[in-house]
Ligand binder design. Structure first.
Ligand code: ZN
Length: 182
């Protein structure tokens, strides 16, 4: 970001106490923190937690994770539950945050969650998805597109789960705080 997104003036580097050098708009007299998108992706497990779901989209014929952008005003947990319902028509029962990574090509902070869904029924796949398939936890890590952020995420999530470093917690769907500040 080289210019102010409000007034178009050229930004200058300026010291902000406790934050370091931040782009500053001399015209608006305001610091302009860099803007980026936030998205979520998920390693999605069957109720018995022995299988993981991979999907194919947009005619590409490659296995990826359920993922999507977090809407403005929405929290990440709500986006996870919403995207899973929108793409594969499954209801989340358990969830835990795994890891985040900034992905430069799309200027996006990716938040990765491990989720468990209510059943294995794939009859409610939506138009956004060409195909969805359950794999054993071992096979899913090999079947996902490689090399990719998705591959790193699913390996990290299953590794942490198997080592007992993360525990999926029950999701209170009544209390997900959707978009309060729209
Ligand atoms: Zn400005």
């Amino acid at each position: 970001m080289t210019h102010c997104y409000e007034c178009g003036a050229k930004l200058i580097p300026k010291e902000l106490e406790g934050e370091g050098i931040i782009p500053y708009c001399p015209s608006c007299e305001t610091f302009r923190f860099p803007i980026f998108s936030t998205a979520m992706s998920t390693t999605l497990l069957s109720p018995d937690r022995k299988k993981a779901l991979l999907i194919q989209q947009y005619g590409r014929g490659r296995n990826v994770l359920v993922a999507g952008y977090v809407n403005k005003g929405e929290n990440a947990e709500h986006a996870v539950v919403r995207e899973i319902m929108e793409e594969v028509g499954l209801k989340v029962t358990h969830m835990v945050f795994v890891k985040s990574t900034y992905f430069a090509p799309s200027n996006t902070l990716m938040l990765h969650f491990l989720t468990v869904v209510e059943d294995e029924d794939l009859s409610h796949i939506t138009k956004e998805v060409d195909k969805a398939q359950w794999f054993s936890l071992e096979d899913a890590q090999k079947a996902v597109i490689t090399p990719s952020l998705a591959e790193r995420f699913i390996k990290t999530a299953i590794g942490k789960l198997e080592r007992g470093e993360i525990i999926p917690l029950p999701v209170d769907t009544e209390n997900l705080w959707p978009a309060e500040n729209k």
